[in-house]
Design a protein around this ligand. Structure first.
Ligand code: 5RP
Length: 238
């Protein structure tokens, strides 16, 4: 088995970096507990690694239907969030993370459940490769889950703050149909923003009628970031 703390070779691909950081996250898994698990390609690597520890945890609360299917496929029990209390730890990826642990999330359309499970957890451990570390959030378009009838008004509200919002569509080749989230809503991706005050941005946008969840995680920021780079996995604490 690969030692996650050993220095990585300079030639690692992004996929290999994700595998490395997924394995490194195992040291934050608390034996005997139920843990929170997010979603995305980096989390998929974590789920593969977690299969080796499945007898040591009670199970997980999952943040997406896709992760639930993967977790069940490797024999890890999945609990409903309402069946359990506070979780010891939540492990998830991010689209961007700043030097304070604030993140943009939702590239995989699971931001609402991710924020719920993060809020239910004592510690958020973010697992990313170094390409996700930025000084200021906003180069990655901010995902926002919204109620469909509010779409056009919210697009105008984002335009008034300098952002350009578009409805996210299903994958290429499936036409221009809006993507529908696990919660039955749609997503706006907002580009052109510099989120220099993530807490203020999250507070403001969360109050706009029709917004379900904004993909800036400042109230639910990470306490730890495992950052995979060519020379190994670094641990940042915030
Ligand atoms: C899903 C997310 C993911 O954590 C984020 O998109 C990162 O995904 P990946 O690990 O595939 O780069 O927020 O909603």
């Amino acid at each position: 088995m690969t030692n996650p703390t050993a220095p990585a070779s300079p030639a690692l691909s992004q996929d290999e970096l994700k595998t490395l950081v997924g394995q490194a996250a195992l040291r934050f898994v608390v034996p005997g507990e139920i843990i929170g698990v997010g979603s995305g390609s980096t989390v998929n690597k974590f789920i593969e690694a977690l299969a080796s520890m499945k007898g040591q945890i009670k199970g997980v609360v999952s943040a997406s239907e896709a992760s639930t299917a993967r977790l069940r496929a490797v024999g890890i029990p999945v609990f409903d969030a309402n069946e359990v209390g506070e979780l010891a730890v939540y492990i998830d990826g991010a689209d961007e993370i700043d030097p304070h642990g604030n993140m943009i999330k939702g590239g995989g359309a699971a931001l609402t459940r991710e924020k719920i499970v993060a809020a239910q957890s004592r510690q958020f451990v973010c697992i990313v490769d170094e390409s996700k570390l930025v000084q200021t959030l906003g180069k990655f378009p901010v995902p926002v889950e919204v109620i469909p009838m509010a779409v056009q008004r919210l697009i105008r509200q984002f335009a008034a703050m300098g952002g350009s919002a578009r409805v996210r569509c299903k994958a290429l080749g499936t036409g221009q149909e809006p993507l529908v989230t696990d919660n039955g809503q749609v997503l706006l991706d907002v580009s052109g923003l510099q989120v220099s005050d993530p807490l203020a941005f999250e507070s403001q946008v969360s109050q706009w009628p029709g917004v379900v969840t904004v993909g800036v995680f400042a109230f639910q920021k990470a306490q730890v970031c495992l950052l995979a780079a060519a020379n190994g996995v670094k641990t940042l604490t915030f």
